[in-house]
Design a protein around this ligand. Structure first.
Ligand SMILES: C[S@@+](CC[C@H](N)C(=O)[O-])C[C@H]1O[C@@H](n2cnc3c(N)ncnc32)[C@H](O)[C@@H]1O
Length: 388
């Protein structure tokens, strides 16, 4: 029995379904089978819904997450179940307990995952999960003291996990011992801490990350937290990325998550100027074109009739131009849906990888378009100057 408790203790909230069956002792007062299903409350916290089968009837009970282990212990002591199956997104762990009490454990990684129920809010196979004991997540206000996701931080948690999932995909087989990263407009630095944790703690790399932001108090707090956790490679600097001189260290990749308006352009420009090999950028508040574009007697005029359509088209045009500029300078660019639109309308990621030093595309057609419709796009200007 202690093996089962140990398994559960290691990742208390990882299991979306737990089934106890084959009772060792049959008695009308004891359950014949128990099924526990992890569900989410409206505030996003997890609980277990128990179905207890006794004499062909099902009895229901709700368990708070921290009541899970005592419940399992009690169930195993009383009914002496011989079969326990734990399902998570990673597959199934099955325990069989012989009459003599010998425990065998088998793992089936291919077992169909049972997902946590609640509308569209299905739990993804996150690299960092609710229940993981990561203290900085509590300090940053993403987790409660008992490591549950704070209700208002559900979307941020999802975004950050998705970001890490994309980085994991890119760097899973990365052999370099050291990795150097810049985060533009890091704000409260949920992402920055997560990225550090992913590479330094989970991947055991030497990591150097600098987060830049305008806000002195936020930067000060982040530096204190990095010090508190002994994250020596993580530092934060007050800087206006549109005009201050930034580090000259060689950088492996640049990240930006919702760096406001043209701050994203300066992040991309920094990477282009220094041939940074990888860029992961989720833009936001793309106001620049929307504030300057005018009818130009061409196809785009159709999109400029109505404010809402103009705003959306301008945001898409901004990112389309950014992608073209990156491609023009030898990057392969993927435009990804970052998170589901329902969780954030700012849901486009530009993922770029430097593949050649040759210039591939001319910026002239984009400059012509800009002149015709009278708008301004910062990255295009910055790179066109470089070309001139
Ligand atoms: C919407 S917040 C995003 C913060 C963080 N990346 C996240 O996703 O949680 C945008 C941040 O960009 C910072 N920012 C905006 N313009 C900037 C600039 N020119 N230089 C440095 N930081 C800037 C703001 O201070 C703010 O903290």
């Amino acid at each position: 029995m202690k093996e089962i408790l140990l398994e559960l203790e290691q990742a208390p909230l990882a299991y979306s379904k737990i089934i106890f069956s084959a009772p060792g002792e049959k008695s009308p007062s004891l359950p014949g089978k128990i099924s526990l299903e992890k569900r989410q409350k409206k505030d996003g916290t997890a609980f277990y819904f128990a179905e207890i089968f006794r004499e062909n009837k099902a009895f229901h009970q709700s368990l708070e997450a921290d009541a899970l282990l005592p419940f399992v212990q009690k169930v195993m002591e009383s009914a002496r179940f011989r079969q326990v199956n734990l399902f998570s997104l990673e597959g199934e762990v099955a325990f069989r307990i012989s009459k003599k009490g010998k425990v065998s454990r088998t793992v089936n990684r291919k077992a169909a995952p049972v997902l946590c129920r609640q509308g569209h809010n299905r739990e993804k196979n996150y690299l960092i999960r609710e229940g993981d004991r990561i203290p900085f997540m509590v300090d940053l206000g993403v987790f409660t003291k008992d490591f549950r996701i704070v209700a208002q931080k559900q979307d941020k948690f999802r975004q950050i996990n998705r970001f890490i999932e994309i980085l994991d995909h890119a760097f899973r087989d990365w052999e370099q011992e050291e990795i150097r990263v810049l985060d533009f407009g890091c704000g409260k630095s949920y992402l920055t801490f997560f990225v550090y944790y992913y590479f330094a703690i989970l991947k055991e790399k030497r990591v150097r990350i600098i987060g830049y932001d305008l806000k002195e108090d936020v930067v000060g707090h982040c530096n204190e937290l990095a010090k508190k956790y002994g994250y020596h490679g993580l530092s934060f600097v007050v800087a206006d990325v549109t005009r201050d001189v930034l580090t000259h260290e060689a950088i492996d990749f640049v990240i930006s998550l919702h760096a406001c308006d043209v701050a994203t352009d300066y992040a991309l420009n920094y990477a282009l100027e220094r041939n940074v090999p990888y860029i992961f950028s989720v833009p936001c508040c793309q106001h620049e074109i929307n504030g300057t574009i005018k009818k130009g007697d061409g196809e785009l005029d159709l999109f400029l009739e109505h404010g809402l359509i103009k705003e959306r088209m301008s945001a898409l045009l901004t990112d389309a131009i950014r992608a073209q500029v990156l491609e023009s300078e030898g990057y392969r660019v993927d435009v990804l849906e970052f998170v589901d639109f329902a969780h954030s309308p700012k849901n486009i990621m530009l993922r770029a990888k430097k593949t050649t030093n040759k210039k591939k595309k001319s910026l002239a057609p984009l400059m012509d378009m800009e002149a015709r419709y009278g708008f301004r796009q910062t990255l295009l200007h910055l790179r066109n100057k470089e070309d001139a």
